[in-house]
Design a protein around this ligand. Structure first.
Ligand SMILES: [Zn+2]
Length: 303
């Protein structure tokens, strides 16, 4: 999405290069690889350059403010102060505190651009610490009965939460190679994670034959383990795994509603996931709400 401010063009989590690109967090679908002038947090800058090997200059133009959004380390929303009022672009966010992450505290704004990945009432997530306890207990039970377990989650964000959960169990933890670099940047940024041995090395040294272990990986690997997936979609979907736990890095439906109430905007634009359905719900509550489809790239088409 692009935003025209006077004669300036700001890219909001777009893959295209704009005059200035705001990058809310380091997940690949939010990052322009060709961006030269970038607004983002210190943590996101480090994660983006470490993950995608790109160089750019950081900027923080007047009137722009970053608000931590609790999705992954360094993720932020963008709050824009202008003569027409305040505009808040949430990027991906979660209002829940989770281990080393603080939940998003939404500020007030007149215009809200809201990510609605889980904007459907079937996605109201159970208490995070209940899910952590239940899933960790499940993994421990398998290990104690002699079975190894692969915990499946995206290599940036979810994997570090899983590493942090799994290192508390008294069993060896191995990680997929793609997680290694991200863990080291997390550690550099103050999130203490153990120095886990990568999958390839553990395999080469025959460690998988030494009894039950945990593997943290974004995908199933060629090793005999049970598999447990960690995703918000586990609320409704069946996976080809032995277990699935609804540990999400996004806001659930009620949390999205609560966020809109707290921001209290005069208009809401929804993006991602259940954007049409969520905009309709907001209209039923008497709010002005429009879902943005991918071909409608400019907000000025709506306001
Ligand atoms: Zn994301």
């Amino acid at each position: 999405m692009k935003l025209k401010l006077g004669d300036r063009e700001i890219g909001l989590d777009t893959r295209q290069r704009c005059e200035i690109n705001f990058i809310s967090h380091a997940h690949s679908d939010h990052v322009s690889r060709s961006a030269k002038r970038v607004i983002c947090s210190d943590e996101t800058a480090l994660l983006v350059s470490g993950r995608y090997h790109i160089e750019f200059e950081r900027e923080m133009p007047e009137g722009f403010e970053l608000v931590p959004s609790g999705h992954i380390l360094g993720s932020t929303a963008l709050l824009l102060h202008s003569d027409q009022g305040r505009l808040l672009f949430t990027g991906d966010f979660s209002p829940r505190d989770r281990l080393f992450l603080k939940g998003f505290k939404p500020p007030k704004a007149e215009i809200l651009i809201l990510e609605t990945t889980f904007g459907d009432p079937r996605y109201n997530f159970p208490d995070t610490y209940e899910v952590i306890k239940e899933s960790t207990d499940w993994v421990r039970t398998q290990l104690e009965s002699g079975r190894s377990v692969t915990t499946l989650g995206y290599s940036l964000g979810k994997a570090q939460v899983l590493c942090s959960m799994m290192e508390k169990l008294k069993f060896p933890v191995y990680i997929h190679g793609s997680i290694l670099k991200m863990n080291s940047i997390y550690s550099q940024l103050g999130v203490e994670l153990r120095g886990f041995i990568p999958y390839a090395e553990a395999r080469k040294r025959g460690y998988f034959d030494n009894g039950p272990f945990i593997l943290v990986s974004p995908q199933k690997m060629a090793v005999d383990t049970l598999n447990a997936k960690f995703t918000g979609w586990a609320m409704t979907m069946q996976f080809d795994t032995d277990a699935a736990f609804p540990l999400s890095d996004h806001a659930g439906f009620d949390e999205l509603m609560e966020t809109v109430r707290k921001v209290d905007p005069s208009v809401v634009f929804t993006v991602h996931g259940f954007k049409e359905e969520f905009a309709e719900r907001l209209r039923q509550e008497g709010r002005r709400a429009v879902s943005l489809s991918s071909h409608q790239m400019k907000l000025r088409d709506f306001v």
